[in-house]
Design a protein around this ligand. Sequence first.
Ligand code: XMP
Length: 510
Amino acid sequence: SIPVLDFGSQTAQLIVRRVRELGVYSELLPHDVSEEQVRALNPLGVILSGGPASVYEPDAPQMPAWLPNSGLPVLGICYGMQLISYALGGVVLSPEDREFGPADVALTGEHPLFANTPLNQMVWMSHGDRIDALPPGFRTLASNPSTPFAAMGDDERRWYGVQFHPEVVHTVHGKPILANFLHTICGADSSWQPANFVADAVERVREKVGEEGRVICALSGGVDSAVAALIIHRAIGERLTCVFVDNGLLRLGEAEQVIATFREHFHIPLIAVDARDEFLSALENVADPEQKRKIIGEKFIRIFEREARALNGAQFLAQGTLYPDVIESSAPDRKKGVTIKTHHNVGGLPADMQMQLVEPLRYMFKDEVRAAGLELGLPEEWVWRHPFPGPGLAVRIIGPVSWPRLETLRRADAIFLEELRAAGFYRATQQAFAVLLPVQSVGVMGDGRTYADTIAIRAITTEDYMTADWARLPYDLLARVSSRIVNEISGVNRVVYDISSKPPATIEWE
Ligand code: XMP
């Protein structure tokens, strides 16, 4: 593996992802991690991330004291490079102005770190401090007028530093530079591939659950819980039981698909609970979105507990925690402060269930979960499914939820997604859905006046769901969706397209 030490950069997680994309296992570790913890990962080298500090500040995070004598190759990125320089006897400077954005750098010659990249290349800079004098043993590998030491290296030690960020896409040749460090300098192979990381996750589940343990796993219809279930099933077979709660708030055909795929296709024991009436009566006349979330969350937990108890003997509960969640919860200062919406999902189960957690996706990023899904035979359509909120269509019906309104929304949503897929735009957007508004408006149909519901459709593009833009869908596609919705669904006479970005809007309407 090639661990990344975290000095607080926004892009530290991205470095780990890039390393894994290049087929090398990596984890993000705190900058003050012990040598034993790093050695436990069988490291072939270490990457030091960037960070907001300045090396001379009193509380600035420092390079671990054991690293210089570890014999491991090191790549320092931005602050990581400044740390190397500072720790090994170079000079770091805090100039008046920061350098931020694209920059051209020139290589001083050919070097293995820059193999397969041109002598002049565009990189992405984002730093205040920079190196003013190299530490002994280092030489300049790249420079430009404002950053004379844009890259440095000591081939004897196999320590390197880059002032720019090879992990971001704006650094045009960032990927080959990282690949050169991993493969040529550290000698890592590319064995972190779906077949291997599935096998790895299966092994960890076996170790955790043992020869006798039984596991219960809630399926939501989303990709995470499905992949978690498939990994556990591969590890312990019939000692896994899945529970699927149909809350009536799912998309058209979703419940049937979950049941058929798991029972008939994968032959995994599945308890399907029809709780549609229970949810619907609890939601009657409730208009407030936070109230809806609360009711749905609590109801889900109660039903799940009931089923889990009936199964008596399951000591383990599966949870679809992903690696970014693990990173976030181990570094709370990285978290955003305000709650805009409380999120409910199947991961949010009560702590007092007296079961131990099994988290088969704990070391995976979302793209790795998808790759694992394909590896495990999950249908492609499922693997690439857009995220769907835990409270489902309840937060897409503005105002009180009722069965007729759910049916209207389900059909509108299905039409939109069907047309989006047919036009080849499903994979090009990260989320797309319909919303049923509490607005009625006047229309004309045949010779008659109508006064009927409005459907809003929304499609967004995003990298991380924290910010998003509305998708520029072709007018013809929007026209087809609109005309099918008003023609095929009685009670709807108007369709609007949501052209708000996030921020200031959110992705969902509630
Ligand atoms: P917003 O609307 O906050 O959504 O921009 C960001 C992402 O989170 C999803 N979302 C939820 N997911 N339970 C969930 O599991 C929820 O209550 C919930 N609310 C929003 C939303 O669909 C989008 O992908």
